[in-house]
Design a protein around this ligand. Structure first.
Ligand SMILES: Nc1ncnc2c1ncn2[C@@H]1O[C@H](COP(=O)(O)OP(=O)(O)OP(=O)(O)O)[C@@H](O)[C@H]1O
Ligand SMILES: O=P(O)(O)OC[C@H]1O[C@H](OP(=O)(O)OP(=O)(O)O)[C@H](O)[C@@H]1O
Length: 241
């Protein structure tokens, strides 16, 4: 018998909000093995297998088509999809996990208010210091695209594993690209966003994998599942698969 594989975030704000959304729709997700177990159950839809994965892994697995659908941040889907997000369908924004991926510059760079100014700084920096301007981030693909869009090539990426906003003060990089919602972490680290420095506005989405194996039975299950989430959504999405 066929089933569809749904992945949801395994921890933090996204896990909690995802489970709330499904509970409100009358499809609560249980974690019978406890918070450390990575398998879930949806009693209202026994044909749906639920897995708990990290939000970034969900994005990668959706692109690869190894899971059928998942809940994750749009930012992570765009970052995981190096060649564009055609391999997935953003089926439904879920109204939580809202945050922006932004460029963060030292507040002390008073003359730099736009990406265009940053291009000048990058070039100047290289001439003066003999090295590239460094950008700390975990959003490597999004950073490359945004900087290229603004004609900035003279920089290098320092891959960040966390606490990215600390990089300029610690000397690990000159500027950052990271996610922000309230803005308080940027402010606490004396960083500012240039006027065209918002790379992406993100929120949590229900995402369907186009590259998954879609047979007739699974498409029917998917249609039922999506219709339970929103009337008419099943038809709309499955006809694109
Ligand atoms: N203020 C915020 N800060 C960070 N992420 C936020 C914020 N608001 C919403 N989000 C969303 O939550 C996602 C991060 O979730 P989480 O830390 O669980 O992801 P992850 O990359 O899988 O983490 P890890 O790799 O540490 O397991 C972001 O990519 C974004 O979509
Ligand atoms: O704009 P803000 O509201 O300050 O949020 C942004 C910060 O939150 C995230 O980190 P993390 O999830 O580790 O921290 P958090 O739980 O404090 O948001 C993110 O990497 C930023 O550092």
């Amino acid at each position: 018998m066929s089933s569809i594989l749904l992945a949801i975030p395994s921890k933090g704000r996204l896990e909690e909000a995802t489970r709330e959304v499904f509970a409100d729709l009358g499809m609560p997700i249980e974690r019978p093995g406890g918070a450390r177990s990575y398998l879930g159950e949806m009693a209202a839809m026994p044909d749906v297998t639920v897995r708990f994965l990290s939000a970034s892994e969900i994005a990668r697995e959706l692109i690869a088509g190894n899971i059928d659908l998942g809940v994750t941040g749009e930012d992570l889907v765009h970052e995981a999809a190096e060649r564009g997000i055609e391999q997935v369908e953003l089926a439904k924004p879920l109204g939580f996990g809202g945050a922006d991926v932004v460029v963060g510059l030292p507040e002390s760079w008073v003359d730099v208010t736009a990406m265009r100014d940053l291009a000048d700084v990058a070039s100047d920096y290289r001439h003066r210091h003999g090295q590239w301007l460094r950008v700390a981030t975990k959003y490597i693909n999004l950073t490359r695209k945004h900087f290229a869009l603004h004609g900035i090539a003279e920089y290098r990426i320092v891959q960040s594993m966390g606490a990215t906003e600390a990089a300029p003060a610690s000397g690990a990089a000159e500027l950052i690209v990271d996610i922000t919602s309230s803005g308080s972490t940027l402010k606490a680290n004396q960083l500012k966003v240039p006027k065209d420095g918002v790379i992406l506005k993100s929120e949590a989405n229900l995402v369907v994998a186009r590259n998954a194996q879609w047979d007739k039975e699974k498409l029917n299950l998917m249609r039922d599942f999506l219709d339970k989430m929103e009337k008419g959504l099943g038809e709309k999405i499955t006809e694109t698969l």
